[in-house]
Design a protein around this ligand. Structure first.
Ligand code: NI
Length: 255
């Protein structure tokens, strides 16, 4: 399996990183993307990726931190992003649920990082919370899927997923897929093409059933894979293999 979105630099995980990575290996997780959300966490993601061969990094400024985005930050992100272990720009996007940065600033930072990804020729990882329409408008206007991209922790409806796929995106699901009330996501997983499906933990958040309440970690991605297998009426090993192959494709990992 490939955990396509994990925050290994989070203090809850980092303090036990060797054990967390060993448990992931034992559970069959052989690759992990460590996702940045501000400048320090992006630098940390890259240093973890440099230390562990099967860990890859992304660098970017989350919409919550859009207010920290400046031209100096852009320059530093660009320097980091050129590293071969950096597989995407992210997580970037819009969050109108918590609105921790002003919406204009969120848009400005999102668009600037789409252009950065295009300049260096890497895909993007999108965080979209309660901002579906504005995210899609920006994706289309700036051809944000030109180098491919991921709609991370997807929670939207089927038509929007289909539109994102048409625009070059992969659709990734985390622990909430295992929750009983996630009917809309269950429909999306059942109906989108298997070659655009990804799986992630978004750890330390979003712990899947039956472990809700514990700190999430990459080993638990298998619960989401198992749920996908039920929803698609396929064997879990097949879902594990295909979602790993998809993640390698979008992150351009060859070996
Ligand atoms: Ni995340």
């Amino acid at each position: 399996m490939f955990d396509s979105h994990a925050h290994l630099q989070d203090p809850h995980i980092k303090k036990n990183l060797d054990n967390v990575l060993k448990r992931a290996r034992d559970a069959g997780v052989d690759r992990i993307a460590c996702i940045g959300y501000d400048l320090p966490s992006s630098e940390e993601a890259l240093s973890i990726a440099r230390k562990y061969k099967h860990v890859y990094a992304t660098v970017g400024i989350h919409p919550h931190d859009a207010k920290t985005f400046t031209s100096e930050v852009w320059d530093k992100l660009k320097a980091l992003a050129k590293d071969p272990k950096v597989v995407a720009i992210g997580e970037i996007g819009l969050d109108y649920y918590r609105d921790l940065s002003p919406r204009d600033k969120q848009k400005e930072s999102f668009i600037a990082q789409i252009l950065l990804a295009q300049e260096i020729g890497k895909p993007i990882v999108i965080h979209d919370r309660d901002a579906n329409q504005d995210v899609m408008d920006i994706i289309k206007k700036y051809k944000a899927g030109r180098n491919g991209g991921i709609m991370h922790c997807y929670s939207g409806n089927l038509p929007l997923a289909v539109e994102a796929i048409k625009n070059g995106f992969y659709i990734s699901f985390a622990g909430p897929l295992t929750y009983k009330n996630a009917r809309r996501s269950h429909e999306v997983v059942g109906k989108i093409p298997i070659d655009r499906l990804l799986v992630e933990t978004d750890c330390p958040y979003l712990t899947p059933e039956p472990l809700r309440g514990k700190v999430n970690e990459p080993a638990y991605v298998r619960y989401t894979v198992e749920k996908m297998a039920v929803l698609r009426n396929q064997h879990p090993d097949e879902i594990a293999y295909l979602t790993e192959r998809n993640a390698c494709k979008i992150y351009r990992i060859k070996d």
